[in-house]
Write a new protein. Structure first.
Length: 343
């Protein structure tokens, strides 16, 4: 009897100890979870339509993805909606490029940063900045509106004394104009008006003074070279007229002196004695005035220039030997030279 009771007590104590051990183990496990949480589970992506009723589920080739984020508790996950991935195509990329280009072009036109503030001028000798700026008129103009070709053509048209013009346009707002002026070799004086002529025969207004410049005195303008004229067809002319285009298509060019006349004047200057004055008359042609006041003309036909010059020298010598001092001698026609005692 006593043995059975003692055995029951020992079993009860064992059960109590086991329960106490289990309680202690659970407490230790809970404390460890608090101090050292379990590692986070990775996000799980499932191509499912979880939570959608069966009669609403539609079979699609690309179902919307769902993201699951593990929480700290075992067996518990959080479902998050997926963010759509934007994949722009070539059309969207082209549209963006066009938009950026339009914004850039608008900035070039409207922004003060791209407006011409001043123009740099280089290469001027007799011309001044005040002469060129009114023709340029580029201040406060957008840099994209500056046409280098038009600026060059405008300067060459207004200033025939410019031999070459170079216009350099640069960003953001720089404009440089480099000019080269013509060098005169001959001055043509008509009353109070003086014109200069360069080696190619271009006639341009005189600016300033040039020492030792050969001068021709005349009552007429220099003889001009015949400018070539473009032969436009009749159909083309009628087409322009019907279109309402009354503007001539020929480019304006500076006046050019007749080349043979220019060459003869230069050659004559090397043959004449010092203090002789070269003259030109529309009726009598090229001539000169000797230091003693005799006016000599050799005409407009310069084919036999040397023959006429030598004839004039011989006639002058013979007249002076006879004591005849004429006021005018004309050898334009070698077969019929004549002199006058009064002009």
């Amino acid at each position: 009897m006593n043995q059975s009771r003692s055995s029951n007590r020992s079993r009860i104590e064992e059960l109590r100890q086991r329960r106490a051990q289990r309680t202690t183990q659970r407490a230790d496990t809970a404390s460890r979870r608090v101090t050292t949480p379990p590692p986070t589970r990775p996000v799980v992506v499932r191509n499912t339509t979880f939570g959608t009723p069966i009669h609403r589920q539609v079979a699609t080739q690309r179902p919307r993805r769902t993201y699951y984020v593990a929480t700290g508790m075992p067996g518990v996950e959080m479902r998050l909606p997926s963010i759509p991935v934007i994949r722009p195509g070539w059309r969207a990329l082209s549209a963006m490029i066009v938009l950026v280009a339009l914004i850039g072009i608008f900035s070039l036109w409207a922004s003060p940063f791209f407006q011409v503030d001043s123009v740099a001028l280089e290469g001027m000798e007799r011309l001044t900045t005040s002469d060129l700026e009114p023709v340029l008129n580029l201040r406060n103009l957008a840099i994209v509106e500056v046409d280098a070709g038009a600026v060059k053509e405008e300067l060459m048209r207004f200033f025939p004394d410019l031999e070459n013009v170079q216009v350099v346009v640069g960003l953001p707002n720089t404009v440089k104009v480099i000019v080269r002026e013509r060098r005169p070799i001959l001055a043509w004086q008509k009353e109070d008006q003086v014109m200069w002529i360069d080696a190619s025969g271009i006639i341009f207004p005189a600016r300033g003074t040039v020492e030792g410049l050969l001068t021709v005195f005349s009552n007429d303008t220099p003889p001009l070279a015949v400018a070539p004229v473009e032969n436009n067809s009749e159909g083309e002319t009628q087409g322009n007229a019907s279109a309402g285009n009354s503007k001539p298509s020929l480019k304006t060019a500076p006046e050019r002196m007749e080349p043979k006349t220019l060459q003869t004047i230069q050659k004559l200057a090397t043959l004449l004695p010092e203090n002789s004055v070269i003259a030109y008359d529309e009726m009598n042609g090229i001539g000169w005035k000797t230091p003693d006041g005799l006016q000599v003309y050799i005409g407009k036909d310069l084919a036999n220039f040397e023959v006429k010059y030598n004839m004039a020298e011989q006639i002058i010598a013979q007249l002076y030997q006879r004591g005849i001092y004429p006021a005018l001698l004309n050898v334009a026609d070698p077969n019929a030279p004549f002199y006058r005692m009064e002009q």
